[in-house]
Write a protein that binds this ligand. Structure first.
Ligand code: GLA
Length: 734
């Protein structure tokens, strides 16, 4: 395409010039969604796929579709399927109107497209019920270069009295094809992000969560949908999606009578009917997806680039390396032990010491997870000189100081519970059920929001030099009942939605006052990981399971949706049988940190960690800010391999790990094909993170073109003696 037609197309994109009034074209740099109004003013999805080179081509797509055949008014591809009139499929919207009528019709009214700058545009489509005047706005935010789409909707009640929303999706998409495979995730504590891939058959497949606070624990709010058979890393039509919502969600995949797929995504409507007063507006969570016709890896690169640039807090910024004391001490520590750990952090060059759970509670000391949660005063026995003394000692040694909190939750054995029972989510007339011996505070209540904000704020008011916070949330919501909603005569079914909104209000305030503080999102391991919360956090804790072998698999899966800069990866004593090198190398594929007693390491091990930290710092442009390539799948190969390449393609790093030694598979006989390099550039390869006096097996004198490394590959020589190999690839200028 010549420059003039490119410019012309760009103008069409940004200036909202549609070809005809009936047609709405939503385009990113490579893909398009096309909507078209039908004779009954219903807005239909007519196309989802790669862009046409000439906009005129979109004009007649609908002529090829025969959904409105004969008397069949039933449309499978409505952009926001209402219920109670012509629709017999799963609806996106279900409303009980104030007069008791359960039907809704939505007619297209108008659309506007705005250029928001920075490569982002926003299309707003207005649909209105001709009888009840309910107004639905559909929002399509497009991140042009990243090929990422963000969709949500608002519903406005224009009746004189309240209506009840029974279902309120964020997005309703339609895919034409007939070989759909879904990769979904499940898990539990210590085994988060387990994938499962299967063919979607006719009927409805539902993925959902009802845990209230931390869906990622059992069923992460992400999926990969391939439209033409099982997706591969570099081939296949792939939709990779995530609901940006830290509460209950629901995805419906309905294969219809045309063998096409209807997707409805949003907050879970289970026990969550929403009463909307006159003139009130309800906003749904945001549904984020990217599409690629070049396989899963490109889709992940899109998502990771998008999330670094637009979503994760300080996604394009720097990060600090941590030494955490949780695995090293659990609740059992005192000032002396902590100062010793701070010294060890200093010794190997770690940026922050993070004091974990157990530092608070006096009437009910936090010596285990059964008491004290909620009572945020420093425990006098363990830390008689307070936190500021510790921060001072850390700072004096050139180490920053960070701290763990879990402000949304409470142990029944706590002063907070005794004094503010009405702040706790619990059934007033039934037995309490606990998850990890604790209960959740009612964030629908503004007083509780103030309290939770206060827990964070007071830390900083009372201790000037706190540089890092780990925000945990260990419990799911049992006993869902809010005293606050009851008192205010609001339906209990608002609780799940208002909890999340309340949480975001608190986090909004936290970020307004503390924009620069790095905060790790944690939730009893990787229980809460989603793009709703991550806009306030710099990183997340993927799992309490830090067994290096397991982490390779978890990282592999998380990497489909999240960038390495956000994935905290700590070296611990889980799977101590594997060498410190193996554990450090694995932790280096994410955001490297430590959670061990460093003084229990040998001198050689300490020296190795020190050097590995320096190496890691030299690789940040690739690991934190570059693109990630999944080279060899640990599920399918005895050797797993992951690569990062910086944006300029001048530097890269390849991590290879021996996963299995069964059937003599412990030698890498074959080269691994690298990706993402510049075929024309010339590179040299250096093996780093060599342990003590180990001598590399690779030839570091040779040079290779990018084309060579990507076409013929390179053998990292992984063996049972070299179970992890880290190769640094640098461009050389001749
Ligand atoms: C959760 C977290 C851990 C640790 C403990 C403390 O389980 O995932 O990392 O902070 O809480 O109780």
């Amino acid at each position: 395409m010549d420059i003039r037609s490119t410019l012309f197309l760009c103008c069409l994109f940004f200036l909202n010039i549609s070809l005809s009034q009936d047609l709405i074209i939503i385009e990113s740099s490579e893909y398009a969604i096309v909507l078209k109004k039908d004779s009954l003013k219903r807005l239909q999805h007519v196309y989802f796929g790669s862009k046409a080179s000439n906009l005129n081509e979109y004009r007649s797509i609908d002529k090829q579709l025969r959904y409105e055949v004969k008397d069949a008014a039933d449309l499978p591809n409505h952009v926001y399927t209402p219920s109670g009139t012509w629709n017999t499929s799963e609806p996106a919207l279900q409303i009980l109107h104030s007069d008791g009528n359960p039907s809704t019709e939505l007619e297209y009214k108008q659309h506007i497209k705005k250029n928001l700058g920075d490569g982002v545009s926003l299309l707003t489509v207005t649909l209105v019920d001709p009888i009840y005047k309910t107004e639905v706005l559909l929002f399509y935010k497009v991140y042009h270069e990243e090929n990422v789409f963000e969709q949500w909707s608002t519903i406005k009640n224009n009746e004189v009295q309240a209506i009840e929303l029974k279902k309120y999706a964020s997005a309703n998409l339609y895919f034409r094809n007939n070989d759909f495979f879904l990769t979904q995730y499940h898990g539990a504590w210590g085994s988060e992000m387990q994938p499962e891939t299967h063919l979607l058959t006719s009927g409805i497949k539902v993925l959902d969560s009802k845990l209230g606070t931390r869906s990622n624990l059992y069923a992460p709010p992400n999926f990969i949908l391939s439209l033409d058979g099982i997706a591969k890393e570099d081939t296949g039509k792939v939709l990779l999606a995530s609901l940006a919502w830290s509460g209950n969600y629901r995805f419906d995949f309905e294969k219809d009578r045309f063998n096409n797929l209807r997707l409805i995504a949003g907050a879970n409507n289970f026990a969550a009917e929403y009463k909307l007063g006159a003139n009130q507006i309800f906003e749904t969570p945001h549904f984020i997806y990217t599409y690629s016709e070049k396989g899963k890896n490109q889709a992940s690169i899109n998502m990771q680039r998008w999330s670094r640039k637009y979503r994760i807090h300080e996604g394009e910024g720097d990060r600090l390396t941590l030494l955490n004391n949780w695995e090293a001490t659990h609740f059992n520590f005192n000032e002396k032990k902590i100062v010793a750990l701070i010294d060890q952090a200093k010794e190997i060059g770690i940026d922050v010491f993070l004091l974990d759970d157990g530092w608070f509670g006096n009437k009910y000391p936090r010596n285990n997870d059964r008491a004290g949660l909620g009572d945020w005063e420093v425990n006098q026995n363990k830390l008689p000189n307070g936190l500021s003394n510790l921060t001072k000692k850390a700072n004096k040694r050139g180490v920053k100081f960070g701290i763990w909190i879990e402000p949304e939750m409470v142990n029944p054995k706590s002063e907070l519970y005794e004094n503010h029972l009405d702040w706790v989510i619990r059934q007033p007339n039934r037995k309490e059920y606990y998850y990890r011996n604790q209960l959740v505070l009612d964030l629908s209540n503004p007083e509780v929001q103030n309290h939770v904000f206060g827990v964070f704020d007071n830390l900083f008011i009372e201790n000037s030099n706190i540089s890092f916070v780990k925000w945990d949330a260990n419990s799911i919501i049992y006993n869902a009942y809010s005293e606050y909603l009851a008192r205010n005569k609001l339906p209990q079914s608002h609780l799940y939605y208002e909890y999340v909104k309340g949480l975001y209000k608190v986090l909004e305030r936290v970020r307004e006052k503390y924009p620069k503080v790095p905060i790790m999102l944690c939730s009893g391991g990787g229980g809460r990981v989603d793009y709703g919360a991550l806009q306030y956090f710099t990183e997340f804790w993927p799992s309490d399971n830090t067994n290096a072998l397991d982490r390779i698999f978890m990282h592999w899966e998380y990497s489909h949706f999240y960038p390495a800069i956000a994935m905290s990866s700590h070296v611990t004593n889980w799977n101590k049988e594997s060498s410190i090198k193996f554990r450090v190398d694995v932790a280096s594929i994410g955001k490297l940190g430590f959670d061990i007693e460093i003084d229990k390491l040998s001198e050689e091990e300490k020296e190795f960690c020190k050097q590995a930290l320096l190496n890691y710092k030299s690789l940040q442009k690739s690991i934190w800010h570059g693109d990630m390539y999944r080279l060899q799948d640990p599920y399918e190969n005895p050797i797993a391999s992951i690569q990062y390449v910086n944006q300029e393609k001048t530097s890269s790093v390849v991590f290879s790990f021996l996963i299995s030694q069964r059937f003599q598979t412990f030698y890498s006989n074959e080269p691994i094909l690298f990706k993402g390099l510049d075929p024309k550039k010339i590179y040299e390869i250096e093996e780093i993170n060599l342990f003590h006096r180990e001598i590399t097996e690779i030839n570091q004198e040779a040079t290779y073109s990018g084309e060579y490394l990507m076409k013929f590959g390179f053998n990292p020589i992984v063996t049972d003696k070299r179970k992890s190999v880290v190769l640094k690839i640098n461009e050389i200028t001749l």
